[in-house]
Design a protein around this ligand. Structure first.
Ligand SMILES: [Ca+2]
Length: 300
């Protein structure tokens, strides 16, 4: 038989073990809710890679915040009765591979934000439809390093397909685009460089403008190198200094391989066109014999 002292010790030990189990549950990889008045049990896992828009490299330690649902656009099934409060947020920190993950996300429309030290915050919209089985949604996001005042950056992103969209920045005296001899110069005209030519889907495909042209107007457009039609979901973010100053989705009407996004003048005026064209908005003929532009290999 246990005496009173032994019984108290045993009870204390059991309480301590219960507390340890509770602590270990907080150490798993589940996102933490800052407004955790519900217990999400959705069937969707939302994941993606946060990358540097200039280098394309994944970034560790970025804070990713999922906020929502902003609306319940889809009727719930019996399997998915969980309701989240408006403004409910989850927070995750990217790992060494730049990956964030939110598991058990219920139906709804969400806002996804990525913030990292030295980078301009980026946001994305995510719609989670009603599901009857577990699915994974991928949303890769590129974030731009902050720049000096007067500098600009065009960041193109899209989905898994097509493999290759190409960014072009040019006027009648220069053309910045993917061939190695045409990627520009940060210290001499055109004072712009193609940082990344992405050929494997998603992007980013990035052009940084280190200085405005001394005269004239530059044009920025996207060519679909892989397919005839531009993909739904292609997106351009335009940054200046430490801010995002514009954001455009590819138009859903029009036919052609060219998406004419905007003009940038020598005074820093940004004029939006956002139209689909069969031909590029400007032609540039380099002085002297014109060398044939090599085809990418492989062409996909
Ligand atoms: Ca490309």
């Amino acid at each position: 038989m246990l005496n009173r002292r032994q019984v108290l010790l045993l009870v204390g030990l059991l309480v301590l073990m219960a507390l340890m189990v509770g602590c270990s549950k907080d150490d798993d990889d589940s996102p933490t809710g800052s407004n955790n008045d519900t217990n999400p049990t959705g069937l969707v896992t939302l994941t993606g890679i946060i990358s540097d828009a200039v280098t394309g490299n994944p970034i560790q330690g970025v804070t990713v915040t999922l906020t929502g649902p902003t609306s319940q656009s889809v009727e719930r099934t019996e399997m998915r009765e969980t309701a989240l409060s408006p403004g409910y947020t989850w927070v995750d920190i990217t790992d060494s591979a730049g990956v964030y993950t939110f598991a058990g996300v219920p139906t709804g429309d969400y806002s996804l934000a990525a913030t990292g030290s030295g980078f301009i915050a980026a946001t994305s919209s995510v719609s989670v439809d009603d599901q009857t089985e577990e699915v994974t949604i991928t949303d890769n996001i590129s974030i731009s390093p902050e720049m000096a005042v007067g500098q600009y950056r065009f960041v193109l992103s899209w989905g898994e397909t097509p493999y290759d969209l190409d960014a072009h920045y040019w006027k009648d005296t220069f053309h910045v685009y993917w061939p190695s001899s045409s990627r520009g110069d940060s210290t001499a005209e055109p004072f712009a460089r193609l940082d990344i030519d992405d050929v494997t889907g998603w992007g980013p495909e990035t052009i940084t403008i280190y200085q405005l042209p001394t005269t004239g107007t530059c044009k920025y457009a996207i060519k679909n190198y892989s397919q005839d039609a531009l993909p739904v979901g292609a997106h351009v973010d335009i940054y200046s200094g430490s801010s995002r100053i514009a954001s455009h989705d590819v138009p859903t009407s029009g036919t052609g391989r060219w998406w004419y996004v905007c003009d940038l003048t020598s005074s820093g005026t940004l004029s939006v066109h956002n139209t689909i064209l069969d031909e590029p908005p400007v032609y540039y003929t380099p002085p002297g014999p014109t060398a044939a532009v090599p085809a990418k290999s492989p062409l996909r």
